[in-house]
Design a protein around this ligand. Structure first.
Ligand SMILES: [Zn+2]
Length: 113
């Protein structure tokens, strides 16, 4: 899969095939903003792959995880503000899972059609 500008995956285990097209569009736009703000690609650490809790939207292709350890706490705070501003107009839910083992990340869910 060709990745949109500014979007990267953590490794070859990350599955983007089958992710909801509207969530992919959102992530692509967010990646460009990420590149603008931080001068680096936005790294997806998990999408339609991996092990997730029962009821997770990941197997449905409606969730994606974004790396946080490549940003300072202030940068993550800024990014969270940007996402929540956009999420007010879009059916996106954001969960700050920096304290959820095994790896800190932001979890994004698509709740639209
Ligand atoms: Zn997740």
């Amino acid at each position: 899969m060709d990745l949109p500008l500014g979007l990267a995956v953590a490794d070859n285990n990350v599955v983007l095939e089958g992710v909801h097209p509207n969530l992919m569009n959102f992530l692509a736009h967010l990646a460009m903003i990420h590149k603008l703000l931080f001068g680096a690609d936005m790294v997806i650490t998990s999408a339609k792959d991996g092990k997730h809790v029962p009821g997770s939207l990941h197997p449905l292709g409606r969730a994606g995880d974004v790396r946080t350890h490549d940003k300072t706490p202030d940068e993550v705070s800024l990014f969270i503000h940007v996402i929540t501003f956009s999420a007010a107009a879009l059916p996106v839910a954001l969960f700050d899972e920096r304290n959820v083992p095994p790896s800190p990340h932001l979890h994004l869910e698509w709740h639209g059609v």
